[in-house]
Design a protein around this ligand. Structure first.
Ligand code: DGJ
Length: 372
């Protein structure tokens, strides 16, 4: 009996308290309490020597796709070992009509720091409680501390009343009634061209749709929101205001009718890169990548950045963030989610090193275990 107890104690002790020294993509990733990190569709802020990982707090069972808790935050100094900092943004448990009411859809939260206002600013994809994915709004919350609590500020559709910098003449023509009808949500549902392309015109007055999203801060401090818009058919890149709390009205359409989700924007050696997925719900698909000299185009697609076995399904994952590792020259980590659609809390984190080929194009290869 004594031996069994000693053995049990040793197992529990080593699981809970042992320091991790490597990434194990697809494995359970225990936090400081020994619990699998519950920050999905996440992103990372590096601030004053500490990494903060924000993401969707998923719950077990049938409500897995709904926001029942809010946005989690974890902190780390070495990227392997993460401390649970609790819920940075809580859903509203009292008012079921609140924009972020418990049971809404709140996905892909990201946080950036505004040096001018000294505020931590969180953006997320918001869909209202009981309305499935119809609202397609952006939500904003702020905090004085990286770990929160964040206060919900507002939610809205992007760029109402503004045309993108690369608007085309047909966008400004009257929109066919077929485009205005309730949209069925898939790739095959668009009416025939040219109206098929004019979801932008349909949403001009009320604001453009925004679902899967990311944030990117350029070297000059300008921040950009990148998101799937126009019924997920087209990605928009929108410049934010100086306080990062709203849209500046300047935005760019890219990958028209390519149905990209999970888009991530990052910069390397003065070039901008996007890694994204196809649009197949929780199921994995082949990733895409693209490059541009300027953030507002021209973007050139580079194809699937994944190579080797499993590359056709992004190693059973979907992009959520690219992390430039601090203090390590030219080191970038691809962060993806391996969604467990039947029990989303069990979704696994797929972190892989990004290599760059001789042309500078990003390359992803599977690794069972790796370290920086
Ligand atoms: C794919 C998106 O990337 C996820 O964030 C989530 O919205 C699922 N679709 C829902 O099916």
């Amino acid at each position: 009996m004594k031996t069994i107890l000693t053995l049990l104690f040793a197992i529990i002790f080593s699981t809970v308290f042992s320091q991790q020294k490597s990434f194990k993509p697809g494995a359970i990733w225990p936090d400081n309490n020994g619990v699998h990190i519950n920050a999905h569709g996440g992103g990372i802020l590096f601030h004053k020597g500490i990494y903060y990982w924000y993401g969707e707090h998923k719950v077990a069972g049938k409500n897995g796709g709904l926001a029942m808790v809010g946005v989690s935050c974890y902190s780390s100094r070495d990227l392997y070992n993460w401390r649970d900092e609790g819920t940075a943004l809580k859903v509203n448990e009292i008012d079921s009509l609140n924009d972020i009411a418990k049971g809404c859809i709140l996905e892909r939260a990201k946080v950036i720091y505004n040096a001018k206002t000294k505020k931590y600013v969180m953006w997320f994809h918001l869909d209202l409680k009981g309305k499935n994915y119809d609202a397609a709004r952006s939500g904003v919350a702020v905090s004085d501390n990286p770990t929160g609590p964040f206060t919900f500020v507002n939610s809205f559709r992007p760029n109402a009343g503004y045309w993108p910098v690369n608007v085309q003449p047909f966008h400004k023509k009257p929109v066919a009634s077929t485009v205005k009808e309730k949209y069925c949500g898939g790739k095959g549902c668009l009416p025939a061209p040219p109206d098929s392309l004019n979801i932008l015109g349909r949403d001009f007055k009320g604001g453009q749709m925004a679902r899967d999203m990311n944030l990117f801060v350029d070297d000059d401090g300008s921040a950009y929101h990148i998101y799937s818009s126009e019924e997920n058919s087209t990605v928009h890149i929108s410049k934010l205001t100086d306080d990062y709390l709203s849209y500046s009205g300047q935005y760019f359409r890219v990958f028209s009718e390519r149905y990209m989700e999970g888009a991530v924007l990052f910069k390397r050696k003065s070039k901008y890169y996007i890694i994204a997925s196809d649009c197949t719900g929780w199921a994995p698909n082949a990733a895409r990548s693209a490059v541009a000299d300027q953030i507002f185009g021209t973007w050139t697609e580079l194809g699937n950045p994944c190579v080797g076995e499993g590359s056709d399904l992004t190693f059973k994952s979907q992009s959520t963030f690219v992390l430039p590792v601090q203090g390590k020259k030219d080191t970038f980590i691809f962060m993806g989610d391996r969604w467990a659609d039947k029990n989303l809390i069990d979704s696994r984190h797929i972190w892989l090193p990004i290599k760059f080929n001789e042309k500078g194009n990003p390359i992803l290869e599977w690794k069972d275990e790796w370290s920086l």
